[in-house]
Design a protein. Structure first.
Length: 203
């Protein structure tokens, strides 16, 4: 699908297309363990991927054979969770997620059948899951090809680097550009993250 995305970018945005040709981006694939993905994404809120991985691995060791489950999360004390590097807010979010799953309020197997908007509604009903977290789940776990997170700092930095902007773009500006990338905005986001990383390395 990335091949199709690049062909689309060539038609609508020459600058993005040029950048897309410089990076090898993997095709999207649905998660094999959606619950674990959501747990990792909550842990990774406002953290780098490396920091999130470190804390998640510490957290995983609390579970037999490293298998994270809703029932076992409910049984953990906040002190135990915080002892593995989670903030109080993230510990509460994981408890809320687990409660929603155990009660049946959130049915993970049904998410893949829902629209992007309905997935967002279902996920943000969990305390501690906001639009950004829902968007990351849509992108990376549900493999939705047309998601873009305007509030993501890395994407905003990538946008600035790609178009050589000195100041952060307004939402209106981002909307006017990113709408052109549809229906492949997730792939565009992946390119922008790589552009942001490259710009950071150059500095």
């Amino acid at each position: 699908m990335y091949h199709k995305a690049k062909k689309h970018f060539k038609k609508v945005d020459k600058i993005l297309h040029k950048a897309s040709m410089e990076f090898e981006i993997e095709n999207l694939a649905p998660s094999k363990d959606l619950f674990e993905d959501i747990v990792w994404t909550i842990i990774g809120q406002q953290l780098s991927g490396r920091a999130a991985d470190t804390i998640f691995e510490r957290f995983r060791k609390l579970f037999p054979k490293g298998k994270v489950s809703a029932k076992k999360i409910i049984a953990l004390s906040d002190e135990t969770m915080r002892g593995r590097g989670l903030s109080g807010a993230k510990a509460r979010a994981l408890k809320s997620l687990s409660e929603h799953i155990i009660s049946g309020q959130l049915k993970l197997k049904e998410l893949e059948k829902l629209s992007d908007a309905d997935v967002t509604t279902a996920l943000t009903a969990v305390k501690g899951i906001g639009p950004w977290t829902a968007q990351m789940i849509l992108m990376f776990s549900l493999a939705r090809p047309d998601i873009f997170s305007k509030g993501d700092l890395g994407l905003r930095k990538g946008f600035m680097a790609l178009y050589k902007m000195k100041n952060p773009p307004s939402e209106k500006k981002m909307d006017s550009v990113t709408i052109l990338w549809s229906p492949y905005r997730t792939y565009a986001a992946k390119v922008l993250w790589r552009v942001a990383d490259r710009a950071k390395e150059k500095k």
